[in-house]
Design a protein around this ligand. Sequence first.
Ligand SMILES: Cc1cc2nc3c(=O)[nH]c(=O)nc-3n(C[C@H](O)[C@H](O)[C@H](O)COP(=O)(O)O)c2cc1C
Length: 215
Amino acid sequence: MATLLHLDASARSRSISREVSAAFADSWRLEHPGAGYVYRDLAADPVPFIDAGWTEICDAVLAAGATDLDRLATLVRTPAQAAAWRIVEPLLTELLAADTVLIGTPMYNYSIPASLKAWLDQVTFPRMSLAPRRFVVATARGGAYSPGTPKAALDYQESYLRDFFAGHFAVTDTVFINAELANSRQDPALSRLRGEHDASYARAVDTARGLGKEY
Ligand SMILES: Cc1cc2nc3c(=O)[nH]c(=O)nc-3n(C[C@H](O)[C@H](O)[C@H](O)COP(=O)(O)O)c2cc1C
């Protein structure tokens, strides 16, 4: 059964990245009636930061060359590791059950929010692969970072997620849908860019809706 795991990470409850990810999720769900759909709000219900127990399990994974979930469970030895595993195991099971992973995320400080990084740290272990799962990332950012813009090199949000998913998850075809220039909604100094933002936002919602149908 097709299953979509939908994550949102904005600290705002009404947010642009949430709207764009919802556009994808809504049309995906219409196309896949009865399919699996799991929603996790990483801001409202944050996962804890990893602790020593999880690092010890990761070290044991490296030593054992383990790559699957069942082998990971056999490497848990101490009470601290068992406590870490109780957090990781349901998150990993949820991730591995999905064939499409949809992430709505704001740009914070040129990168991703700590809530999303905390989730990534929890679900990532050495030598794992998430191929052939598909990832779709809906971002919102205050400025513009598209190729050719002055701040393009400062986009550590898309570049980080793209490189990490490819390098560590073996997922090389992540699709990014970016709504740019969001700060023009609040910042009077950027109000001249409001039209460009509106167009970028409308494009993002449209693209998300269209992709949700295709996936
Ligand atoms: C803590 C914080 C840090 C931010 N850092 C950046 C940044 O580095 N670059 C940028 O272009 N916009 C930045 N912004 C603006 C957000 O990316 C923008 O408000 C976007 O709409 C947030 O996504 P959301 O609407 O889904 O919450 C920041 C906003 C906040 C609240």
